[in-house]
Design a protein around this ligand. Structure first.
Ligand code: C2E
Ligand code: MG
Ligand code: MG
Ligand code: MG
Length: 292
């Protein structure tokens, strides 16, 4: 045993930790700059009605176009945005931008569509979400019945009573509320008991092997069962194959989202996809109605 060794190891780890800390500080600085320079942008992933296959909603997903790092996905910056408070201005920007876009699309003659926005636990606890939602509605003119918030459990929601009060106030504004990544992380059955929830989104980890693994299937079936019993809307995310889509539809899943249908799309691409869908429906309706 060499008495010097722990010391050497200590130095090694401490240098590594120091580097990590420096990297975090640098990233934090860049994120504040990114807000200032408006380098964040949204993509929109369609959510389809399981029965009709029509696009019922889109989920806004934030990305960062960094001049230095290129395109950065949210998993690489949301956790730091949460721990530094950047999530507050960033989340406000996402909410307001998503509402403004939805209103623009509807004004341009789009079919009715809901907009889903992710709200992280920290953001939920620390921001005056009700006021922000009201502001977003005022600024955009969007009907709040079309807005749904996905509570993303990246931070533990601690105060159940305060959370319930906030959620009821949001419900008073006509906004619908869902639990994202249901079945993983911190989200739990407790939420269903205590909070006014409208929908559950089954985490894609359970969808991946739903056709192959009986255990995964049992979990998915159970979640759908709970949702049905509690009269909640149930959505599956991460649907990548026709088999998964068919299984979930047969089980009574209301809406499906995943690469099988659409990847997250730029605004331009989304509008194209919506236009194509409208044309297809128009043709189908014309054929069925025999000409009108
Ligand atoms: P999420 O809300 O659960 O979003 C689903 C993620 O799964 C998205 O990743 C989406 O691109 C990806 N996905 C969708 N369909 C499939 C599929 O069929 N297969 C696979 N493998 N992946 C699929 P993304 O865009 O990287 O977002 C990751 C997470 O970052 C989100 O998970 C959400 O928790 C968070 N996030 C994104 N935008 C925001 C935001 O504006 N605010 C907050 N607070 N969090 C956000
Ligand atoms: Mg989500
Ligand atoms: Mg999710
Ligand atoms: Mg997720």
């Amino acid at each position: 045993y060499n008495a010097k060794k722990p010391g050497i190891e200590f130095c090694f780890y401490s240098a590594q930790m120091n580097q990590k800390l420096q990297e975090r500080t640098k990233l934090e600085f860049e994120l504040w700059m990114a807000l200032e320079r408006e380098e964040f942008f949204l993509e929109y992933q369609p959510i389809v009605d399981a029965r009709t296959g029509r696009i019922a909603a889109v989920e806004a997903l934030v990305r960062w176009m960094s001049p230095e790092r290129g395109r950065v996905m949210p998993d690489a910056f949301i956790p730091l945005a949460e721990s530094t408070g950047i999530i507050l201005p960033l989340g406000e920007w996402v909410l307001k931008t998503a509402c403004t876009k939805l209103r623009q699309w509807l004004d341009a003659g789009g079919l009715p569509l809901r907009m889903s926005v992710n709200i992280s636990g920290c953001q939920f606890m620390r921001s005056e979400l009700c006021r922000l939602v009201e502001e977003a509605a005022e600024q955009s003119g969007v009907d709040l019945a079309l807005l749904e918030l996905e509570l993303t459990e990246t931070c533990l929601i601690k105060d159940v009573e305060e959370t319930a009060t906030k959620l009821w106030r949001l419900k008073g504004l006509n906004v619908s509320i869902g639990i994202d990544d249901f079945g993983t992380g911190y989200s739990s059955l407790q939420y269903l008991k205590n909070f006014p929830i409208d929908h559950l989104k089954i985490d894609r980890a359970f969808i991946r092997n739903v056709c192959e693994l009986p255990d995964e299937r049992a979990i998915v079936d159970a979640i759908i069962g709970i949702a049905k019993a509690m009269e909640l809307h149930v959505i599956a995310e991460g649907v990548e194959t026709l088999e998964q889509a068919e299984y979930l539809r047969h089980r009574g899943c209301d809406e499906l989202q995943g690469y099988y249908y659409h990847r997250p799309l730029s605004e331009e691409r989304l509008l194209e996809v919506l236009r194509e869908e409208r044309e297809r429906l128009g043709i189908a309706a014309g054929a069925a109605g025999g000409g009108e």
